[in-house]
Design a protein. Structure first.
Length: 458
């Protein structure tokens, strides 16, 4: 008999969870204009709105906090982080930023101009926002299998090479500065990308003389899937796979709040000295001096340690298994979830869960609100609200999948918390046919509206 799975860590410090009633939560979500981002954390029982910056740091990371060197220029903490990033990725240049979207802002300021096209695999909201803010266009080239929740494809985050080449052929030279590969692909359900696919994308980039950059927020989780699903790399260590991934790219952006295992931080790593010089100028303008980039020394030290812990196989296996546990429990309840299960989250197909609600009334948001009211669980809509409006026509964009994402913070919740989530979703599922109407927009921002949107119940 195999021994059961356990988390490979012990709990040293605990944080209290504030319990509440459905009546209280119904009042709170109405006061928040039915926007889950506007709830206070004390109004949430299990918070799965994001895995970004919500995880728990280790004892060694907290030790690094005490060792932080807060010098403005050339601190020891910066040098420690710079060495860790260069050793891990193989890139020759490094710029810290305060988080991932800041890294995007700096890199895109250097490389993206009006009228450009940025192909990739289902760009995330901030990425698309930074592109469209510059009056450029994000072009989704994800494989079609990513949009069928039942297909058991091992690498649903892959770029479709035929779609990509069609885009590269369509636009004149100079209109596509680079291809952006997101690993794992959040908007496609936290799905990984194979090295075989990355190599093929790199070859196309070489052929058409354009750059290849990686959005690497969950690079370690992607490396785990490569080790366990891509036969060539079964005997490789996670660190060896990570080196192979980044050897194919010209640079990377990183939200360190994910696989860096910290609550705040990010960075850019590059090979091209000219791109580095340009990025350095924008980093100083937007973030701070190039040896702190909006981060404190103590946070840089914690990130250096977190990156090393994040590529440990035992930690990654625990992380992926906890996500899979929740996915399997929901699947056993016949709840429509995206398969195979991703690295950082479980995604519920809201269109199949609440088909009676019209898509124009935001099915995923409606389901996420109901889950909060019933059980105090805060997830997030990955659907029409997040997809935003077309920047030219201003018409609503309706993505191929309308999903509720349950993003699991790292080293934070136990399996009993996952069981609570599963049973709560089953409870909502059993009464789903009662849901006939959704929500309408009362007010929205012109870009990235889902963070601040105000809704009203229909």
């Amino acid at each position: 008999m195999d021994l059961p799975y356990i988390e490979p860590y012990k709990i040293k410090t605990v944080e209290s969870i504030q319990l509440s009633t459905p009546e209280q939560r119904k009042k709170w979500i109405e006061e928040a204009s039915y926007n889950l981002f506007k709830l206070n954390s004390d109004q949430v029982i299990i918070d799965l709105i994001t895995d970004s910056g919500t995880g728990s740091m280790s004892d060694k990371q907290w030790s690094e906090v005490m060792l932080g060197d807060e010098s403005y220029a050339g601190s020891r903490s910066f040098l420690k982080l710079e060495k860790t990033v260069k050793d891990l990725t193989g890139f020759t240049h490094f710029i810290p930023t305060h988080q991932g979207r800041a890294a995007e802002n700096v890199l895109f300021s250097a490389l993206v101009k009006e009228g450009d096209f940025i192909p990739g695999n289902a760009h995330f909201d901030t990425t698309k926002g930074h592109i469209e803010y510059r009056k450029a266009s994000a072009v989704d080239c994800t494989i079609d299998e990513a949009f069928d929740i039942a297909i058991d494809h091992p690498f649903k985050g892959n770029i479709d090479l035929q779609k990509l080449e069609a885009i590269l052929q369509k636009y004149p030279k100079g209109k596509i500065p680079f291809v952006l590969m997101t690993i794992t692909c959040n908007s496609a359900g936290g799905q990984p990308v194979s090295i075989e696919n990355m190599r093929a994308v790199r070859a196309l980039c070489n052929q058409y003389e354009i750059g290849f950059y990686i959005d690497a927020a969950r690079f370690a989780e992607n490396a785990y899937f490569i080790k366990t699903r891509e036969e060539e790399f079964a005997e490789y260590s996670i660190k060896e796979i990570v080196k192979e991934i980044f050897s194919l790219a010209d640079g990377m952006t990183m939200s360190a709040k994910k696989d860096g295992l910290v609550n705040m931080g990010g960075f850019i790593a590059l090979n091209d000295p000219k791109v580095y010089e340009s990025c350095s100028t924008f980093a100083i303008m937007y973030e701070g001096f190039v040896t702190y980039g909006g981060m404190s020394g103590r946070d840089m030290g914690a990130l250096a340690q977190g990156l090393l812990e994040g590529v440990e196989f035992d930690y990654l296996e625990s992380r992926i298994q906890q996500t899979a546990y929740l996915g399997k429990r929901l699947d056993a309840f016949d709840i429509p979830v995206l398969k195979p299960f991703g690295g950082h989250a479980v995604y519920i197909d809201a269109a199949k869960f609440v088909p009676e609600i019209p898509k124009e009334e935001y099915q995923a948001q409606s389901l996420a609100i109901e889950l909060y009211i019933v059980a105090g669980i805060r997830g997030v809509e990955i659907g029409a609200l997040l997809a935003d409006r077309d920047p030219v026509t201003r018409e609503n964009r309706f993505p191929k999948l309308e999903m509720v994402r349950l993003a699991i913070p790292r080293r934070t919740y136990t399996l009993s918390h996952m069981e609570y989530v599963a049973v709560a979703i089953k409870k909502v599922f059993d009464t789903r046919k009662e849901a006939k109407r959704g929500y309408s927009i009362k007010w929205e921002a012109p870009i990235m509206r889902h963070f601040t949107v105000q809704l009203e119940k229909n």
